[in-house]
Design a protein around this ligand. Structure first.
Ligand code: AVJ
Length: 320
């Protein structure tokens, strides 16, 4: 029953983006080498990310869950039962379960870039919540988003947890939110988790966990190049680097080349100097007021903001 209960929309909700291989070649060809963090999430990367969320230093997940748990009834009153809850980047997370149980929406649509992971997590939701109509759309929502036809609700609420918005620059985040507003019916809501600017020691510890899970997650990008693209790359000759760039209010992750070496792919050779980095992720942080101003520029009204007692993390309810 659970396997067939998910309506899977393999239609292109997104515009076709470059393949992993094309993205890697383009990123390695730049003067300052960089890759999009969306390439972290092959199956192994998605599992490593789930493990990051359980690390003691990674306060984001448990703090957001705490906020959602204590705000659940308030959120349920705003959202209402005849709704469609759209989760952007539907991981295996417990967060959406908190919401589903409190709100009891009619329909759920999970959107994710990792197909197998999406299927597994939506099937589990369908099995656990027989009253819920579960839809899954395989899409890269960082590109233009459309709701699959026939999937609607009296009120549509997009749930974008985990501070995933932080992967966009502030300018991109504004454009993304404006695009989301246009993709959803007028009057829709957005429930979005946003990590806050704070003491750099707390921030840097969260991206340098003692167990080395974040390092493995970062290095998996190189292993994925080898596995999927047949790239010649010495994974052991790169190391994980994560630091807070305070002027830009973001955590940066890089893979640092520990020696002179090259990655070879598709007959092309990409040379690294010792110490040269491949920039793999930005994770932007905001103040509450700063994020509200960004949302206002994207055409939203800020309805409610919830924070934890230590002001580590924020959850915003925006309406269009
Ligand atoms: C999924 C983008 C919110 O930036 O904290 C976690 C990804 N990278 N550890 C984040 C991530 C390294 C995560 N986001």
């Amino acid at each position: 029953m659970s396997a067939t209960a998910v309506r899977f929309h393999d239609q292109h909700v997104d515009e076709a983006g470059p393949s992993f291989g094309d993205g890697v070649i383009a990123g390695l060809s730049r003067e300052r080498k960089r890759l999009s963090p969306k390439y972290f999430y092959d199956e192994r990367g998605s599992r490593l990310f789930e493990a990051i969320c359980r690390q003691p230093e990674y306060y984001l997940t448990r703090t957001e869950e705490g906020i959602l748990a204590s705000a659940a009834e308030e959120i349920a009153a705003i959202v209402g039962p005849e709704s469609l809850l759209v989760e952007l980047g539907s991981g295996a997370s417990r967060k959406v379960r908190l919401l589903l149980e409190a709100v009891r929406p009619r329909r759920y649509l999970g959107i994710d870039i990792s197909r197998d992971f999406l299927l597994e997590s939506t099937r589990r939701l369908a099995a656990d919540y027989p009253w819920l109509e579960v839809h899954a759309a395989w899409a890269d929502f960082s590109r233009r988003l459309r709701l699959p036809s026939g999937v609607a609700g009296r009120r549509v609420v997009a749930f974008f947890p985990g501070s995933s918005i932080g992967n966009f620059s502030p300018r991109e985040a504004e454009a993304f939110l404006a695009g989301l507003r246009r993709a959803l019916p007028a009057g829709s809501g957005v429930l979005i988790g946003v990590d806050l600017i704070k003491d750099r020691r707390i921030l840097e510890a969260a991206y340098n966990d003692a167990a080395g899970v974040t390092a493995a997650f970062n290095l998996n990008l190189l292993a994925r190049m080898r596995r999927e693209l047949g790239a010649a790359v010495e994974v052991g000759a790169f190391r994980h680097l994560a630091f807070f760039n305070a002027p830009a209010a973001r955590i940066e992750m890089h893979l640092v080349s520990e020696q002179r070496q090259a990655i070879t792919l598709d007959g092309q050779r990409f040379a690294f100097e010792p110490g040269e980095t491949l920039h793999t992720e930005n994770s932007c942080k905001y103040s509450v007021a700063g994020f509200q101003a960004l949302a206002a520029r994207a055409g939203y009204r800020s309805r409610t903001v919830w924070c934890d007692d230590e002001a580590l993390f924020s959850v915003h309810y925006l309406s269009s």
